[in-house]
Design a protein around this ligand. Sequence first.
Ligand SMILES: [Zn+2]
Length: 183
Amino acid sequence: MNDPTLIGPCADYEHDIVELQEGGLPADRVPAVRSHLEHCRRCRDWAAAFAMVDARLAAGLPMPALSPDFDARLRERIAALAAPGARAELRTRLELEHDSVVESLVHTARRRAVLGGLGSAALAFCLVTAGRDLIAEGASWLPALGEGPERWAAFGALGAVIAVAALAWSAARSGVAGLAWPR
Ligand SMILES: [Zn+2]
Protein backbone atom coordinates (compact mmCIF):
# COMPACT_ATOMS: atom_id res chain seq x y z
CA MET A 1 0.00 0.00 0.00
CA ASN A 2 1.45 3.28 -0.97
CA ASP A 3 -1.65 5.29 -0.26
CA PRO A 4 -0.24 8.67 0.86
CA THR A 5 -3.30 9.35 3.03
CA LEU A 6 -2.23 6.48 5.29
CA ILE A 7 1.19 8.02 5.84
CA GLY A 8 -0.04 11.58 6.21
CA PRO A 9 1.72 14.88 5.63
CA CYS A 10 4.19 16.61 7.91
CA ALA A 11 2.27 17.39 11.07
CA ASP A 12 3.16 21.09 10.90
CA TYR A 13 1.66 21.42 7.41
CA GLU A 14 -1.45 19.26 7.43
CA HIS A 15 -3.80 21.99 8.53
CA ASP A 16 -2.20 24.56 6.23
CA ILE A 17 -2.46 22.25 3.19
CA VAL A 18 -6.17 21.70 3.78
CA GLU A 19 -6.67 25.44 4.24
CA LEU A 20 -4.73 26.14 1.06
CA GLN A 21 -6.91 23.79 -0.98
CA GLU A 22 -10.11 25.21 0.46
CA GLY A 23 -8.94 28.77 -0.13
CA GLY A 24 -8.92 29.71 3.55
CA LEU A 25 -5.19 30.00 4.16
CA PRO A 26 -4.03 33.51 5.16
CA ALA A 27 -2.16 35.12 2.23
CA ASP A 28 1.07 35.54 4.23
CA ARG A 29 1.19 31.78 4.84
CA VAL A 30 0.61 30.73 1.20
CA PRO A 31 4.22 31.11 -0.10
CA ALA A 32 5.68 29.06 2.74
CA VAL A 33 3.18 26.22 2.28
CA ARG A 34 3.61 26.20 -1.50
CA SER A 35 7.36 26.15 -1.08
CA HIS A 36 7.11 23.22 1.34
CA LEU A 37 4.87 21.29 -1.07
CA GLU A 38 7.46 21.77 -3.81
CA HIS A 39 10.18 20.28 -1.68
CA CYS A 40 8.28 17.62 0.31
CA ARG A 41 7.05 14.72 -1.69
CA ARG A 42 5.14 13.23 1.23
CA CYS A 43 3.06 16.38 1.62
CA ARG A 44 2.65 16.77 -2.13
CA ASP A 45 1.27 13.23 -2.48
CA TRP A 46 -0.98 13.66 0.50
CA ALA A 47 -2.25 16.98 -0.89
CA ALA A 48 -3.03 15.36 -4.25
CA ALA A 49 -4.83 12.44 -2.60
CA PHE A 50 -6.75 14.81 -0.37
CA ALA A 51 -7.79 16.92 -3.36
CA MET A 52 -9.03 13.82 -5.18
CA VAL A 53 -11.04 12.53 -2.21
CA ASP A 54 -12.41 16.02 -1.62
CA ALA A 55 -13.54 16.31 -5.25
CA ARG A 56 -15.19 12.89 -5.17
CA LEU A 57 -17.03 13.73 -1.98
CA ALA A 58 -18.20 17.03 -3.41
CA ALA A 59 -19.45 15.28 -6.57
CA GLY A 60 -21.12 12.45 -4.66
CA LEU A 61 -22.96 14.48 -2.07
CA PRO A 62 -26.49 15.37 -3.02
CA MET A 63 -27.00 19.07 -3.34
CA PRO A 64 -29.81 20.34 -1.12
CA ALA A 65 -32.73 21.16 -3.35
CA LEU A 66 -34.99 24.09 -2.62
CA SER A 67 -38.34 24.76 -4.19
CA PRO A 68 -38.05 27.08 -7.21
CA ASP A 69 -39.87 29.97 -5.54
CA PHE A 70 -38.01 29.62 -2.24
CA ASP A 71 -35.84 32.68 -2.89
CA ALA A 72 -38.77 34.80 -3.93
CA ARG A 73 -40.81 33.84 -0.88
CA LEU A 74 -37.87 34.35 1.46
CA ARG A 75 -37.19 37.79 0.02
CA GLU A 76 -40.85 38.65 0.34
CA ARG A 77 -40.95 37.68 4.01
CA ILE A 78 -37.73 39.54 4.77
CA ALA A 79 -39.09 42.60 3.01
CA ALA A 80 -42.33 42.34 4.98
CA LEU A 81 -40.40 42.11 8.26
CA ALA A 82 -38.02 44.92 7.35
CA ALA A 83 -40.72 47.21 5.98
CA PRO A 84 -41.20 50.20 8.26
CA GLY A 85 -44.48 49.93 10.09
CA ALA A 86 -45.01 46.24 9.30
CA ARG A 87 -44.40 45.20 12.89
CA ALA A 88 -46.38 48.13 14.19
CA GLU A 89 -49.24 47.21 11.87
CA LEU A 90 -49.23 43.60 13.06
CA ARG A 91 -49.13 44.77 16.65
CA THR A 92 -51.99 47.21 16.11
CA ARG A 93 -54.06 44.47 14.50
CA LEU A 94 -53.45 42.12 17.43
CA GLU A 95 -54.25 44.88 19.90
CA LEU A 96 -57.48 45.67 18.09
CA GLU A 97 -58.50 42.00 18.17
CA HIS A 98 -57.69 41.88 21.88
CA ASP A 99 -59.65 45.07 22.55
CA SER A 100 -62.69 43.83 20.68
CA VAL A 101 -62.70 40.55 22.62
CA VAL A 102 -62.40 42.41 25.93
CA GLU A 103 -65.10 44.89 24.88
CA SER A 104 -67.47 42.11 23.94
CA LEU A 105 -66.87 40.42 27.31
CA VAL A 106 -67.44 43.68 29.17
CA HIS A 107 -70.56 44.36 27.11
CA THR A 108 -71.99 40.93 27.88
CA ALA A 109 -71.19 41.29 31.58
CA ARG A 110 -72.74 44.78 31.69
CA ARG A 111 -75.88 43.58 29.91
CA ARG A 112 -76.26 40.76 32.38
CA ALA A 113 -75.79 43.17 35.27
CA VAL A 114 -78.43 45.53 33.82
CA LEU A 115 -80.89 42.70 33.27
CA GLY A 116 -80.20 41.39 36.76
CA GLY A 117 -80.72 44.88 38.21
CA LEU A 118 -83.98 45.31 36.33
CA GLY A 119 -85.11 41.90 37.54
CA SER A 120 -84.41 42.98 41.10
CA ALA A 121 -86.37 46.19 40.47
CA ALA A 122 -89.37 44.22 39.24
CA LEU A 123 -89.17 42.00 42.31
CA ALA A 124 -88.96 45.06 44.57
CA PHE A 125 -91.98 46.57 42.78
CA CYS A 126 -94.01 43.46 43.45
CA LEU A 127 -92.95 43.46 47.10
CA VAL A 128 -93.81 47.14 47.46
CA THR A 129 -97.24 46.83 45.89
CA ALA A 130 -98.11 43.60 47.67
CA GLY A 131 -96.78 44.45 51.09
CA ARG A 132 -96.93 48.26 51.20
CA ASP A 133 -98.39 48.39 54.67
CA LEU A 134 -96.06 45.74 56.01
CA ILE A 135 -93.01 47.66 54.72
CA ALA A 136 -94.43 50.92 56.07
CA GLU A 137 -94.52 49.36 59.53
CA GLY A 138 -91.09 47.81 59.58
CA ALA A 139 -88.64 49.71 57.33
CA SER A 140 -86.29 52.01 59.22
CA TRP A 141 -85.67 54.34 56.25
CA LEU A 142 -89.35 55.40 56.05
CA PRO A 143 -89.10 58.45 58.36
CA ALA A 144 -86.90 60.09 55.72
CA LEU A 145 -89.88 60.04 53.33
CA GLY A 146 -92.02 62.22 55.61
CA GLU A 147 -95.39 61.59 57.20
CA GLY A 148 -98.95 60.99 56.03
CA PRO A 149 -99.83 61.94 52.41
CA GLU A 150 -96.21 62.87 51.58
CA ARG A 151 -95.13 59.36 52.41
CA TRP A 152 -97.68 57.83 50.07
CA ALA A 153 -96.78 60.31 47.32
CA ALA A 154 -93.17 59.25 47.70
CA PHE A 155 -94.28 55.61 47.52
CA GLY A 156 -96.22 56.42 44.35
CA ALA A 157 -93.18 58.00 42.68
CA LEU A 158 -91.00 55.12 43.77
CA GLY A 159 -93.58 52.66 42.43
CA ALA A 160 -93.74 54.48 39.09
CA VAL A 161 -89.95 54.37 38.72
CA ILE A 162 -89.90 50.69 39.58
CA ALA A 163 -92.78 50.01 37.16
CA VAL A 164 -90.88 51.70 34.30
CA ALA A 165 -87.77 49.70 35.19
CA ALA A 166 -89.77 46.51 35.25
CA LEU A 167 -91.31 47.29 31.85
CA ALA A 168 -87.86 47.98 30.41
CA TRP A 169 -86.55 44.74 31.91
CA SER A 170 -89.43 42.77 30.50
CA ALA A 171 -89.03 44.35 27.06
CA ALA A 172 -85.27 43.72 27.07
CA ARG A 173 -85.77 40.12 28.13
CA SER A 174 -88.63 38.94 25.99
CA GLY A 175 -88.91 41.65 23.34
CA VAL A 176 -92.57 42.14 24.27
CA ALA A 177 -93.63 45.25 26.18
CA GLY A 178 -95.65 44.33 29.20
CA LEU A 179 -95.32 43.21 32.76
CA ALA A 180 -94.28 39.63 33.25
CA TRP A 181 -93.03 37.78 36.26
CA PRO A 182 -89.26 37.18 35.82
CA ARG A 183 -88.48 33.72 34.59
ZN1 LIG B 1 5.97 17.84 4.30
